[in-house]
Design a protein around this ligand. Structure first.
Ligand SMILES: Cc1cc2nc3c(=O)[nH]c(=O)nc-3n(C[C@H](O)[C@H](O)[C@H](O)COP(=O)(O)O)c2cc1C
Length: 184
């Protein structure tokens, strides 16, 4: 069975809930980036051993949180040695607005994966965008590069839309499934 790690930052808990759903779908281990933007030695070892790595961060001011960016820059040590080349990668972001410039964060993650020589996995769900669509539908935000989630600015962590959380589980399963096909 392939090994998948979901590595994420969450300032206020919403992205953490999404990460848990992605990890549940993938059968993945979870690694949280600290409020200081750091992870431990065991976490680095888990990432090195993973077949698939899924990045997660909230979108703050139009890109990933600075803690995720600090982690990204720290992965340059892996880049130097090509340690993560040919791993499978995916990414997700969560923010308050339907768009909210989430796409910038996903492209940031896709670029990071590509710098490492990774194999990026798209969301793999058609958008649900007809008149009767609701937030309970899969991919109601219409993403394609990776997973998009919306947490309205006044929503508690318990109020993330059911369609987004179902999409999160689907995406985790998809990324882990691709890794399994390539590695098992
Ligand atoms: C500093 C900051 C900047 C933010 N910038 C954006 C943004 O650019 N677009 C957006 O849609 N939401 C933005 N938000 C809202 C957050 O993305 C949203 O509250 C998200 O659920 C936070 O996730 P977290 O609880 O995991 O930290 C911002 C929030 C903060 C605190």
């Amino acid at each position: 069975m392939s090994k998948t790690v979901v590595i994420y930052h969450s300032g206020y808990g919403h992205t953490k809930v999404v990460a848990e759903h992605v990890a549940a779908g993938a059968g993945a281990a979870l690694v949280a980036i600290s409020p200081e933007g750091d992870i431990g030695d065991d976490d680095w070892a888990a990432l090195d051993a993973a077949d698939a790595i899924i990045f997660g961060a909230p979108t703050y001011m139009g890109s990933a949180s600075w803690q995720f960016k600090k982690f990204s820059d720290a992965t340059s040590k892996k880049w130097f040695t090509r340690e993560w080349a040919d791993k499978v990668f995916g990414g997700f972001t969560n923010s308050a607005s339907p768009s909210g410039d989430k796409q910038v964060t996903l492209i940031q993650m896709q670029t990071l994966a590509s710098q490492h020589g990774g194999i990026w996995v798209s969301l793999g769900l058609a958008p649900t965008n007809h008149k009767a669509a609701t937030t309970a539908d899969l991919n109601n935000l219409g993403g394609s590069v990776g997973l998009l989630v919306r947490s309205p600015s006044d929503a508690s962590v318990e109020e993330i839309h059911s369609g987004d959380l179902a999409s999160a589980r689907h995406y985790g399963e998809r990324v882990a499934g691709v890794a399994a096909r390539l590695n098992d």
